[in-house]
Design a protein around this ligand. Structure first.
Ligand SMILES: [Zn+2]
Length: 114
């Protein structure tokens, strides 16, 4: 996966036009997903408007486990990620594997997962 380096922004007006991720919108992405080693199985749109994408398996809070990546570029590699572009703030989308439907659930920090 070759991410051309370009500036990313951390916030964009929501809802997004056409329910597509705007160009240059960045998300906090687990490197396992950004580097194509794991599929994206969790997409979080937190109540502050930040987007987080994870593999749903590994701990995204470990040092250097995550970085900021452009969501639109990621959807070129995995178009199914774009299905979560209409996710409301404070919600997360989960799926059990690539190509499976997303399940939307309320999301907040602080609670134990799972
Ligand atoms: Zn991009």
């Amino acid at each position: 996966m070759n991410h051309t380096s370009h500036p990313v922004v951390r916030q964009a007006p929501f809802p997004f036009p056409g329910e597509r991720f705007p160009r240059d919108l960045g998300a906090v992405v687990q490197r396992t997903v950004a580097e194509g080693r794991m599929p994206a199985l969790v997409v979080i749109h937190d109540s502050e408007g930040d987007w987080l994408i994870g593999d749903g398996v590994n701990d995204p809070n470990l040092p250097d486990a995550s970085g900021v990546y452009c969501i639109a570029c990621m959807t070129e590699d995995d178009p199914s990620i774009s299905e979560t572009a209409s996710l409301q703030p404070g919600f997360a989308a989960y799926r059990d594997g690539p190509g499976l439907p997303w399940t939307i659930e309320p999301f907040s920090y602080g609670g134990d997962e799972g």
